[in-house]
Design a protein around this ligand. Structure first.
Ligand SMILES: Nc1ncnc2c1ncn2[C@@H]1O[C@H](COP(=O)(O)OP(=O)(O)OP(=O)(O)O)[C@@H](O)[C@H]1O
Length: 312
């Protein structure tokens, strides 16, 4: 069942288009990662989906309701953590949680959240005196205090130390197991790989990839096969024709072949057919970060020709 849908969602600031027709369909229980370069429109997108920013055009439904005209039920269903949190600086951490908890009929106990987000020692600390990372953790817990069905989390682990990040990931994994749907704006490919069932990559206000992280790696990132071998120019040409091979080059006294999932086997089979003995063969698997980089900066950018269907 789709819990969040957007069709042709557009938004401009003045005469600057920032969302240029976003189509999105998010099934209940999904953790959807939203990545993309700075200024791509990620925050604007989740703000429009969360109903905290008006869109210009298109249709949006969250749990069947247009977030631009939210019902009380939608307010209860949605938990939102945005990059900037505005809280009176003198309120103590527990008081902030108690205040937010008072908005909901069945909130989580503030002390449970303080514990889960490693803030128990800061319960009596004024919000303004919490460190950046502590404020960040508190803002994530505020998004979850009402037991929302849907959480929108914008760069939830930016600025957190590695242990705090893992702690937050574990909390989100627990909530995913309970069926929570999440939109996660993130610059961390490690985070996306670990948490997200699906990712969209936004660039210049358009979705340029929409697939499971592993699928994005397979389609966007190149595997690199490195080896030493005595090959002439015509053999190089034959390697270039192998299945899934994108590039063959001489590098550092050896050869490097870049390509998709099928390329290592195809290249090794071709070397065998040509009677070439390859030495020191290694295959480097691409990471999600490689694939992201390739998709957003490489020649395969959508606006340079890759149709979206090919990568989604
Ligand atoms: N309130 C606003 N008024 C005018 N322009 C804005 C406003 N908010 C964002 N923008 C502009 O819209 C574009 C998209 O911003 P947005 O914050 O949605 O991007 P983002 O992908 O979340 O970026 P980042 O990764 O840096 O957080 C940027 O060029 C930004 O300067």
């Amino acid at each position: 069942m789709s819990l969040i849908t957007a069709h042709g969602l557009t938004k401009s600031y003045g005469d600057r288009p920032v969302l240029r027709g976003i189509d999105l369909d998010v099934e209940a229980g999904t953790i959807l990662g939203i990545a993309g370069p700075n200024g791509a429109g990620k925050t604007t997108l989740v703000e429009c989906l969360g109903g905290v920013r008006d869109r210009d055009g298109g249709a949006v439904a969250v749990a069947g309701v247009d977030p631009a005209r939210p019902t009380r039920q939608l307010r209860l269903d949605l938990g939102i953590q945005l990059q900037q949190i505005r809280v009176p600086p003198m309120l103590r951490a527990r008081e902030v949680l108690e205040l937010f908890a008072s908005f909901y009929p069945d909130p989580l106990p503030p002390d449970q959240l303080l514990e889960e987000f490693d803030l128990a020692d800061q319960a009596k600390q004024a919000f303004g005196k919490l460190s950046g990372g502590q404020q960040q953790r508190l803002s994530v817990s505020l998004a979850l205090v009402g037991r929302p069905r849907i959480a929108i989390l914008d760069e939830l682990t930016t600025g957190l130390d590695p242990t705090a990040r893992r702690r937050i990931w574990a909390q989100l994994e627990r909530r995913r197991a309970e069926g929570m749907t999440m939109l996660l704006v993130t610059h961390s490919m490690e985070e996306a790989q670990r948490l997200c069932d699906r990712m969209v990559i936004l660039q210049d206000g358009r979705i340029i990839a929409d697939a499971a992280p592993q699928e994005i790696v397979s389609r966007g990132g190149a595997q690199r096969i490195r080896f030493q071998a005595d090959v002439d120019a015509s053999m190089l040409g034959r390697l270039e024709t192998c299945e899934d091979v994108r590039r063959v080059a001489r590098e550092g006294g050896g050869l490097v072949v870049e390509g998709g999932d099928a390329s290592p086997q195809a290249v090794l089979a071709m070397l065998d057919r040509m009677g070439v003995r390859a030495r020191s063969v290694s295959v480097e698997r691409p990471s999600l970060e490689d694939a992201y980089h390739q998709l957003t900066t490489g020649p395969e950018r959508a606006d340079a020709g890759i149709p979206r269907e090919e990568i989604s």
